[in-house]
Design a protein around this ligand. Structure first.
Ligand SMILES: [Fe+2]
Ligand SMILES: [Fe+2]
Length: 191
């Protein structure tokens, strides 16, 4: 099963609240979610990298949840919330990269080489942008919004000079686990 099929299977099996179908239709038909890279140059910077990264983070997140809360983890957090937080945390990256070409000398010959140029159609931050996009289609719980909003942890510029991040992680430990899952996926699964 490729990453797109895996994403669709996890999404349809777990995310069923009002608006979920419209959001999926947006991802499939009005965005580049399934072809976009996860980054311009770093992890998963290839076609389909974003959906691959999203599935990787979902798996890491679910494992961390089980490790922390045990087999009865659904008493703490629903499978729907795990899927929403894992699969959708990086929706901020849709419609953000375009393929452009530059000249590069390879074996003494100039060739046109593709690269991802930054062309952000909705400059609205990172985690907060994902929350904003999702909220246009379906309601997030407070816990889901906190996790997605703060998934960059202390790498988020908003964390500097503010106690919001540490307060959010204290009040919503699943937000910290999502942040860990994101970095495990980026630096271990996708290095
Ligand atoms: Fe991110
Ligand atoms: Fe991510």
């Amino acid at each position: 099963m490729d990453a797109k099929q895996e994403f669709l299977k996890i999404y349809k099996e777990n995310i069923t609240r009002e608006g979920a179908e419209k959001l999926l239709d947006y991802l499939l038909n009005q965005s580049d979610f399934f072809t976009a890279p996860a980054s311009g140059r770093r992890h998963c910077s290839y076609e389909g990298g974003l959906v691959t990264h999203s599935v990787n983070v979902y798996k890491r997140f679910k494992n961390l949840i089980k490790l922390e809360y045990g087999e009865n983890y659904t008493e703490k957090i629903s499978n729907e919330s795990i899927a929403i937080m894992g699969l959708l945390h990086d929706l901020c990256k849709v419609n953000t990269y375009v393929v452009e070409y530059r000249n590069q000398k390879i074996n003494g010959e100039w060739q046109q080489v593709p690269f991802y140029a930054h062309n952000n159609l909705l400059p609205y931050g990172h985690g907060e942008k994902s929350v904003y996009i999702i909220s246009g289609f379906m309601r997030l719980t407070r816990e889901e919004a906190m996790g997605i909003n703060w998934h960059m942890g202390s790498f988020d510029a908003r964390a500097q000079g503010s106690t919001d991040l540490s307060e959010a992680f204290t009040m919503y430990p699943t937000a910290l686990l999502l942040h860990s899952a994101d970095f495990h996926a980026s630096y271990i699964d996708e290095k």
